[in-house]
Ligand binder design. Structure first.
Ligand code: NAI
Ligand code: BGC
Length: 260
């Protein structure tokens, strides 16, 4: 537990599923006040609010497409209306649909870039504006991916979006460091969430992914959420502009394990 997180107001995008929901769960335990952004999972988000309130915590659920400027502004406005301010903004929403690149429709490219990259820009910009206006040493966390460094055939849009998040994170971290605003990414490897449900339901595909992970298992969303809580806390006070790999070693060139 991180004592300084108590009563901090946190906005989490795409928060009604997978990694986002695990971060909500962890930060609710830390007694943060949480703005749960949902896109399609309205009922789930409302249920999450109920559960948090039953445990004497505080949360609201707010609809929004992170690629839509108006929705992002509304997300911030609702957070301020409910809790007076926002301390931490977590850009988590993301999606992927594979296509061989020569067959990828422009709409598929635009949809992934709009959510995974433009959504992070819009969220970060809104958070920065609020932090600057209120003179707050706020905190931004972007959920990137190991595919910010690992190329991924059939996922050109996704890898491009996450590579973009890496340099966006580093650039704005440098730009706002002197204001005490910390901006970092978390780069998860293969994590058991709905984004991977079909792939991991197939034992062959699951085995093949596990073979890429030196630690030998697919991670849980809670293992990512634990890192988000640490990064959000003052224990990480001197950490900015970095990507923390949470990947069981996937980025360590595992094919070299028995080589040489
Ligand atoms: P998920 O599919 O469980 O959750 C993604 C959430 O984002 C969903 O709630 C979805 O409704 C929401 N979302 C999609 N488009 C949106 C939009 N335009 N506006 C607002 N919300 C939107 O998947 P998961 O795994 O929890 O993904 C969360 C983040 O983690 C994503 O950015 C993903 O790229 C990243 N990630 C996931 C990994 C994994 O293996 N599960 C590994 C590396 C990164
Ligand atoms: C993707 C997952 C994939 C993982 C490792 C993530 O960014 O969302 O589908 O399993 O990277 O390749």
């Amino acid at each position: 537990m991180y004592k300084d997180l108590k009563d901090k107001v946190v906005v989490i995008t795409g928060a009604a599923s997978g990694i986002g929901a695990a971060i909500v769960d962890r930060l609710a335990k830390e007694k943060c006040k949480i703005v749960i952004n949902y896109f399609k999972e309205k009922k789930v988000a409302e249920e999450m609010v109920k559960i948090i309130k039953n445990k004497k915590g505080d949360a609201i659920a707010v609809y929004g497409d992170v690629g839509n400027e108006k929705d992002i502004k509304n997300l911030m406005a609702e957070g301020i209306k409910a809790f007076g301010e926002v301390d931490i903004w977590i850009n988590n929403a993301g999606h992927e649909t594979p296509y061989p690149t020569h067959e990828m429709p422009l709409e598929a490219w635009e949809s992934v870039i709009n959510t995974n990259l433009t959504g992070v820009f819009l969220g970060a910009r809104e958070a920065l504006r609020h932090f600057i206006e209120t003179n707050k040493k706020g905190n931004i966390i972007n959920i990137s991916s190991v595919h910010e460094v690992i190329p991924w055939p059939r996922f050109a849009h996704y890898a491009a979006s996450k590579g973009g998040v890496k340099l966006l994170t580093q650039t704005i971290a440098m730009e706002y460091a002197e204001k005490g605003i910390r901006i970092n990414s978390i780069a998860p490897g293969a994590i058991d969430t709905p984004i991977n449900a079909d792939k991991f339901a197939d034992p062959e595909q699951r085995d093949s992914v596990e073979g890429l992970i030196p630690m030998g298992y697919i991670g849980s969303a809670h293992e990512v959420a634990n890192v988000a809580a640490w990064l959000a806390s003052s224990e990480a006070s001197y950490v900015t502009g970095t990507s923390i790999m949470v990947d069981g070693g996937m980025t360590l060139y595992p094919s070299f394990k028995d080589n040489g």
